[in-house]
Design a binder for this molecule. Structure first.
Ligand SMILES: Nc1ncnc2c1ncn2[C@@H]1O[C@H](COP(=O)(O)OP(=O)(O)OP(=O)(O)O)[C@@H](O)[C@H]1O
Length: 234
């Protein structure tokens, strides 16, 4: 479970906070989606959760404060832009993460994900030699290598080909069925339409709507998104 309580984040050059008193949770065994127009505060929220920013408020991951070692060992984070060691090969990168986290038997997990993400033939390539989509998939593989209880993904489908998108969607469903808390920030609502359980719509740093699957009636998530963000603008 990822619990966010009264999160507020001010960037020094901005007049108003980028995120204002936001509270929500992403439960175990559920796929929670953060939606919102550009600049709504989604990435700031995710970066605060993984403790990359200073902020006000309280954030717990799997019951532990997000700054604690226990929390850090339990979540995987896939940033919007992959951060990789350009001069390590794919294999070396995997070993680096495996050893840093002191993972036992991560080789089998790595093989499974290399296969799933179609990266097996790329394993001797340096990270800087990978295509954009391959970098994104390696970034996701590294987040999954630790077998996280909570997974936070910022724009997971950008740069992925259709087969990879399908593989990632199936993977998210498999992980949620195994009890993982999954929090996804995305603009591509159509892609997550089949898999979301709970969605929070953000606008100008605030959560303006919370929807649980089953409450949407005959409307699609995309229709609700457009209605909500148009109302808020008016
Ligand atoms: N490092 C930063 N310094 C100053 N302001 C920032 C910084 N990062 C983001 N912001 C500002 O904070 C606000 C929220 O940005 P954020 O990146 O969280 O939005 P987002 O919803 O993820 O947007 P997008 O959909 O475009 O990725 C915006 O006004 C943005 O300009």
């Amino acid at each position: 479970m990822i619990e966010v309580k009264n999160l507020t984040k001010h960037y020094s050059l901005l007049e108003s906070p980028a995120v204002k008193d936001v509270s929500f949770c992403a439960k175990e065994g559920k796929i929670t989606i953060l939606l919102g127009p550009n600049g709504a505060g989604k990435s700031t929220t995710i970066k605060s959760i993984v403790n990359l920013l200073n902020y006000q408020g309280e954030i717990n991951i799997c019951g532990y404060p997000n700054s604690s070692l226990e929390a850090k060992k339990s979540f995987g984070y896939v940033p919007e832009v992959p951060v990789l060691y350009d001069l390590l090969t794919v294999d070396e990168t995997i070993h680096f993460i495996g050893k840093s986290y002191r993972l036992q038997n991560y080789g089998k997990t790595a093989e499974e994900y290399l296969e799933l993400f179609d990266l097996t033939k790329q394993r001797k390539k340096l990270a800087k030699e990978l295509s954009k989509g391959m970098r994104q998939k390696l970034s996701m593989l590294l987040a999954l290598l630790i077998q996280p209880k909570a997974l936070l993904v910022d724009e997971p489908m950008v740069g992925l080909d259709p087969a990879s998108i399908e593989a990632v969607l199936q993977l998210f469903v498999r992980l949620k069925e195994a009890g993982t808390s999954i929090l996804i920030s995305t603009h591509i609502i159509d892609v997550v339409n089949e898999i979301w359980d709970c969605a929070y719509i953000m606008q100008q740093g605030e959560i303006v709507r919370e929807i649980h699957r089953g409450e949407e009636g005959s409307e699609t998530l995309k229709q609700i998104f457009f209605e909500t963000t148009a109302e808020e603008k008016a």
